[in-house]
Design a protein. Structure first.
Length: 206
């Protein structure tokens, strides 16, 4: 009788994805938001997070509403005065270019466009919800490049629960992982699903 413990198991990306969602082995920010933030404050939190990519800054800023939010956001963008905790306003490494005039111009454009920060999220949700369309709407904002636009689409799906369909892996996979998948498939280490056309959204992997 064959030793079952040594039996080779074919890797399945969809099975792995479902396991991640089941065990919540995800970005801890996503898990925390799903269990704590709600409603308008969640929307304000997302806007601040997308700009600064820092959970602490986003949490403090999200407690402000309307004009107070934009005023506080501009102070953070200028970064000329200390935070309420006597440090500089942080930026995540992924937002290292969101500084100086770039940051000020971006915040100014947002507050001119939206009376309430929540309106930015409303705009992002208003239209076709395939990943290309959501990314295109995100990139209509100053200082939102391809990486951040993908992050916006991902958080809209995973945190807000609005299904974002994906039809093309190359839209949201970075070059290195995409090349890894291609090479693994060519080597026979990745088995394609029987009906790949049936997987149309991030949510179907949960």
């Amino acid at each position: 009788m064959a030793d079952e413990t040594n039996r080779e198991v074919e890797p399945r990306v969809d099975v792995f994805g479902r396991a991640l969602f089941r065990t919540q082995d995800l970005d801890p920010i996503y898990v925390a938001l799903l269990k704590t933030a709600r409603g308008d404050q969640l929307h304000r939190w997302l806007v601040a997070y997308w700009l600064f990519y820092n959970a602490g800054a986003a949490s403090w800023l999200s407690e402000r509403e309307g004009k107070d939010f934009w005023h506080a956001l501009m102070i953070a963008a200028k970064n000329e005065t200390p935070t309420p905790f006597n440090g500089r306003w942080p930026r995540g490494a992924e937002r290292r270019h969101f500084r100086g005039e770039n940051a000020i111009t971006a915040v100014d454009a947002l507050q001119r466009r939206y009376a309430r920060p929540e309106d930015m999220v409303t705009f992002l949700l208003d239209g076709q919800m395939d990943i290309r369309s959501v990314i295109a709407r995100a990139q209509r904002h100053h200082q939102v490049g391809s990486w951040l636009a993908f992050k916006v689409a991902d958080m809209i799906d995973a945190v807000l629960g609005a299904e974002v369909r994906q039809d093309d892996l190359t839209t949201f996979l970075y070059d290195t992982p995409r090349q890894s998948i291609i090479e693994n498939w060519q080597a026979g280490r990745v088995v394609a699903p029987e009906r790949p056309d049936t997987v149309t959204s991030f949510r179907e992997l949960r």
